[in-house]
Design a protein around this ligand. Sequence first.
Ligand code: MG
Length: 387
Amino acid sequence: MIVDVVVAAGGQGRRLGGATAKQWLPLGDRTIFERSVAACAVSSRVRGVVVVVPADDVKDAEVLARAAAGGKFLGIAAGGARRQDSVAAGLALVPPDADVVLIHDAARPFVDVPTIERVIDGARTCGAAIAVASVHDTVKRVEARDDGRWIAGTIARESLALAQTPQGFRRDVLSQLMTAMTAPTEATDEASLAERLGHRVLAVEGHPDNVKITTEADLARARRALGGSPLPTTRIGLGYDSHRFADGRNLVIGGVPVPNERGLAGHSDGDAVCHAVTDAVLGAAGLGDIGRWFPDTDPAWKDADSLQLLRDAFARVRDAGWSVGNLDIVVICHRPKIGRLADAIRTSLAMALDTTPDRISIKGKTPEGTTALEDALIVHAVALLTR
Ligand code: MG
């Protein structure tokens, strides 16, 4: 069974934080939006995540969503005027082979895996399911009169539940829902559309912590729940690569052409230093690895200039708010001697990484006493990012 999730952050809700829509406010080391995307992607039963954001935020949000969803990012849609228009735009990007689709509100960053999986099971068996929280307080009906608000009765709380998200729908129900979303009638959530269409909607147990962050008090409570952890200002990443020497190839190390009888084999120009450094900076920023952005199955990267790939990768890292604290590289090979190339490589990498050569170190190691590594060049790189 294939399950995808649409994370809806199409709203411009600015009740919190003034000029910033609430989904972009930080909660610990990430935004509310990133936490919600990551919380949905973490379930092993979820194949992919589509996000919906305000049209103006699509470009920036894609970087965040890709990183937060791990390898599960499916697409990003621009939100519409109403909640249901935004959700419909997201649903349009869900691949047709999804059997069950969950819709989750990006303002609920604390959703837990058991809740997600109860909704998946409920939707699969009943067609439509929604996470709900029990009501523990006694619920009163109040009437406002001239002289104040007065209790007009007590409602049996057993008959009440608070709607949360995710809300999940099987493919057959979803198709009808998508048609209903385009209608002028407005719905505050997708389950109510399903109810209106005559579907039975199963209520599954949500989690009391799966709160919606709507007010300043909600945000303060959420930050307290995280222990008020401050934004980390440094992150570390490790990169590794190895390439074999081959005849008829030009040798490029760290973007520097090196006169040599042989070069390094590879789909790109074989520049293992650039590849290891790319992985180190992407890893530090939590943005995956070189294969994710520049797959070697893609003919576009055949004989690619790896220094340019590093520049492109670092642009994503920089967009996520990071710069290079320092970078340390070890190159293991018999030939060429790295020492005499070090300054040129440091300068070349510094330019690609918007930094200065003094923050970059490169050392050569000869695999002493072994001929096993005669035909290879091996690179280890550690990057420290700061913000
Ligand atoms: Mg490589």
